[in-house]
Design a binder for this molecule. Structure first.
Ligand SMILES: [Mn+2]
Length: 460
């Protein structure tokens, strides 16, 4: 493993071409919960994690083009050793990161002092600039650092570009995250039943992740039953699942900082009934054809547009939208039912860095606003593919939207469906040299497979 991190650092230094100046990549400090003596769960900055392989708070990876890399690591105080345990020995950190110089953060001030007057690029967590004392720097201002923001932006963008292409070690972790996600989703598919709360279903799913080797969830799990399925980032509540409804579960396990991101939608009963079945089939077809379109060189935005077109076409056929699908997409009318992007980059963050190619800015159009990936795909990238159809009262009861799209929607039909909720199907897709590998392919999504699991779970 240390070789992998050394290779990343070599590549970063090569792309950076820093002639004069130094680079600091802080991991971040614990964020206190206001009004308590507790802190939020710590997440190391992905740039620090990626370049060092370490994810501990209070550390700074430093680069000086003349002498290479130094890791300044926090050494636990006596009090911290009493309450939280000891920090990892510096020699151990040297062996794990492949960095020869691992020093206590107490040495960082002197290191900076020796480079006084040189430009300093801070990437990683910028909290170093606000809370230098957290990194053992007593008098940051006295060091007169020449913080070069333009340089920092360029270096950070270079790391984001590198992070798009996952190396073998990263893919191995993402496969483990996908396997843990599978364990959790299988538990959900078997255990969901009427009378169970969203929260209880969340607990079963997350227990599945943790038993399968995940240390935490990659993001706050979404479990929305019935109408709650139409809230894109819904946090599970004590609402009980009701027969005849759908439940949407968007939950992913994290392994060593690497995310998986998976959505499955299934009936609370054993079978999809009526319109639920038609809508599910439509979302599944759109998702599978988008996955089939994943290949090196393909523009992610084109996949999104094609999926939007297919969704509009399907909704017209189901009598929910009206008109010519191409015109509907041109007018962003499909976004009434599919108001988010087809997916995003995935890695050390759930919405991973580097999603937009340099020079491309997110559109403010209703149908493109939340497109989080806009770049040509290349081997090694991992993206999610997650189309959905939702009945979102906030959009569908808006008088303004109803007037703009008066002729594009069968409104009396929609009025009767405002409590339906939503359907989303999401997988994690690794772009290969020839096409795509679905990292989460072992998590059932076909109608038959889902109904078989539901029937088995319900003992029917
Ligand atoms: Mn996602």
């Amino acid at each position: 493993m240390p070789g992998r991190f050394a290779a990343r650092r070599r590549e970063a230094a090569h792309r950076w071409e820093v002639q004069r100046g130094v680079v600091l990549v802080p991991s971040g400090l614990p964020v206190p919960i206001a009004g308590t003596d507790q802190a939020h769960d710590f997440h190391a900055h992905p740039e620090h994690h990626y370049l060092s392989g370490m994810a501990s708070p209070g550390a700074v990876l430093a680069y000086d083009p003349r002498e290479g890399w130094t890791l300044f690591a926090h050494v636990a105080t006596e009090e911290e050793r009493v309450w939280s345990g000891d920090s990892r020995p510096l020699e151990q950190q040297a062996a794990e990161t492949g960095i020869e110089r691992v020093l206590p953060t107490g040495r960082l001030s002197a290191w900076l002092e020796a480079r006084r007057g040189e430009p300093v690029a801070v990437i990683g967590n910028h909290d170093l600039l606000q809370r230098p004392e957290g990194y053992g720097i007593e008098r940051w201002a006295a060091l007169e650092p020449d913080a070069d923001e333009a340089l920092a932006e360029r270096l950070s963008a270079a790391v984001s570009e590198m992070r798009r292409t996952k190396d073998r070690g990263e893919l191995a972790l993402m496969r483990r995250a996908a396997a843990a996600s599978r364990a959790g989703h299988m538990a959900g598919l078997r255990l969901a039943r009427a009378g169970m709360t969203e929260r209880a279903l969340q607990v079963e799913i997350e227990a599945g992740f943790f038993r399968a080797g995940s240390a935490r969830t990659a993001y706050g799990s979404i479990v929305g039953s019935g109408p709650n399925g139409a809230v894109l980032h819904f946090a599970p509540t004590s609402r009980e699942l009701i027969g005849g409804e759908l439940v949407l579960v968007d939950a992913g396990a994290e392994v060593d900082g690497y995310a998986s991101d998976v959505t499955r939608t299934y009936p609370v009963d054993a079978r999809f009934a009526g319109l639920h079945r038609d809508l599910y089939q439509l979302v599944l077809e759109v998702q599978e054809s988008a996955i089939a379109g994943v290949s090196p060189g393909v523009e992610y935005r084109d996949l999104h547009m094609k999926a939007s077109h297919q969704l509009a076409d399907g909704l017209v056929q189901l009598g929910i939208m009206r008109g010519n699908p191409a015109d509907l997409v041109e007018r962003d009318a499909h976004a009434l039912f599919f108001p988010h992007g087809l997916g995003h980059m995935l890695g050390l963050a759930t919405h991973d860095a580097g999603g937009c190619l340099a020079g491309r800015t997110p559109s403010d159009r209703f149908g493109l606003k939340y497109l989080r990936a806009d770049l040509p795909l290349a081997p090694g990238y991992v993206v999610t593919i997650e189309p959905g159809i939702y009945f979102i009262p906030a959009l569908l009861t808006s008088p303004e939207r109803r007037s703009i799209y008066a002729d594009a929607v069968t409104w009396e039909r929609v009025d009767a469906l405002l409590a339906l909720g939503g359907i989303r199907i999401e997988d994690d897709v690794h772009v290969t040299e020839t096409g795509a590998e679905v990292l989460t392919s072992e998590i059932p999504k076909s109608l038959d497979a889902i109904e078989a699991l539901r029937a088995e779970g319900l003992g029917r």
